[in-house]
Design a protein around this ligand. Structure first.
Ligand SMILES: Cc1ncc(COP(=O)(O)O)c(C=O)c1O
Length: 400
């Protein structure tokens, strides 16, 4: 092992909270789809910071925007105006496409917290104190802070931390009857990922999500879509909900928003957002000028480079090649996803072993469970890079 890597491994093992199972590799540099370790060895990145670096590593336009701003002004707080923030607010609301308002924050979990607080405030405003329940999906993932963790439909991530925040009901995804039954008078919102990410890449069926929209309208319940992972062209369209022909009342974004700098946002229909007043919510770092400059540069570049089209084309190729692999080896039993958000179930619970072996072949992939591999490459990924990934996976799966 390179001495720099060894030192990081040793120090981390001694000093960091033991909450991550980090791989023994240290990356020093990136470019597009590629990462370079301490030896300068090139790796193909099908993780992209867990669906974050949609433009690819070290994108020059984002680097320039950050460098420009970081040398002038970094932090002032939300007590005052700064450059780039209002432009980003306008841009996000315009992209959302309805009269809307946005709360900027620093991460996905914070965007979900904001959405939960808004949903409760709206429930109380429209129907009184008892209207606070949120219906979410089993197997969902919304983050690690208490509100978002309580919304998450995975007991394994919650057990050590009980009691959770009250007021969440979980129903199976794509089961409309179960959702309709759960919409009691105390429900203020339904919270769904258009494509579940962490839970193993399970898309909402189109008829289901459209029917959920109608049901929410009929029952006067907010539809909150968590697009932290699916947003910003990851699944092809700018927001995954566009492919379903619906618009949510509230949408969360984070991950790709500033191509790797910590940024999040909760966008809400204006009349919903307007139940809040100054002092109801806030965040010290949120909407700082560096991150906002990076986010604007990111949104420009994603659009200019037509990366949504590439995500659709190369994503279809990836799913096709994985299905061929399934036919040839029997080691893959299911391939799912939209755009460049792709999951593959393995016939045996060896996903973590496969991910470790792929790293030895200098390809980064992510295991989201015992038997599920997830692929979230930068949206600049090419078909030939997909072919390299699939041939590495084939070598590994045939050897096991
Ligand atoms: C759909 C979804 N929501 C929320 C989160 C939490 O985001 P963060 O890790 O930035 O807090 C994630 C993270 O994976 C996610 O996929």
């Amino acid at each position: 092992m390179h001495p720099a890597t060894q030192r990081a491994v040793d120090l981390d093992a001694r000093y960091a909270w033991p909450t991550y199972a980090r791989k023994p590799v240290l990356f020093e540099r990136g470019s597009g789809m590629r990462l370079y370790d301490a030896h300068g060895v090139e790796h193909l990145d099908f993780v992209a910071g867990i669906g974050v670096v949609n433009l690819g590593h070290a994108h020059p336009a984002v680097a320039r925007a950050v460098q420009d701003q970081v040398s002038r002004l970094v932090q002032v707080s939300n007590l005052y105006h700064v450059e780039h923030r209002a432009e980003l607010e306008e841009r996000l609301c315009t992209l959302f496409g309805e009269p809307s308002r946005v709360f900027l924050c620093n991460s996905g979990t914070e965007a979900v917290e904001a959405a939960i607080k808004l949903a409760r405030a709206w429930g109380r405003h429209t129907r009184g104190d008892g209207c606070y329940r949120i219906v979410a999906a089993e197997r969902s993932f919304h983050g690690r802070t208490f509100g978002a963790l309580s919304a998450t439909g995975q007991a394994g991530k919650q057990q050590k931390f009980a009691p959770l925040l009250p007021g969440f009901t979980h129903v199976p995804l794509n089961d409309l009857d179960a959702l309709a039954d759960a919409l009691a008078d105390d429900v203020c919102a339904v919270l769904l990922e258009p494509v579940q990410g962490e839970g193993g890449v399970y898309p909402c069926e189109p008829e289901y999500l459209r029917a959920v929209r109608t049901l929410c309208d009929e029952r006067e319940v907010l539809l909150v879509l968590d697009e932290v992972q699916t947003g910003l062209y990851r699944t092809g369209p700018l927001f995954a909900h566009r492919a379903y022909g619906i618009t949510p009342d509230v949408m969360t974004l984070a991950k790709a928003l500033a191509n790797g700098l910590p940024a999040g946002a909760a966008v809400a229909r204006a009349e919903v957002a307007e139940v809040l007043s100054p002092g109801d919510h806030g965040s010290t770092f949120a909407g700082g000028p560096v991150v906002c400059a990076a986010a604007l540069a990111t949104l420009d570049a994603l659009d200019r480079e037509r990366l949504g089209d590439n995500a659709e084309r190369v994503g279809a190729h990836l799913r096709f090649r994985l299905m061929e692999l399934a036919d040839r080896t029997g080691a893959v039993t299911d391939v799912r996803g939209r755009g460049l958000m792709v999951g593959a179930s393995l016939a045996r619970p060896i996903a973590r072993e496969v991910a470790d072996a792929a790293l030895k072949h200098r390809v980064l992939v992510n295991a989201t469970g015992e038997d599920t591999l997830r692929f979230l490459p930068p949206l600049v990924c090419t078909e030939s890079e997909v072919d390299t990934l699939v041939s590495v996976l084939e070598d590994i799966l045939r050897g096991r």
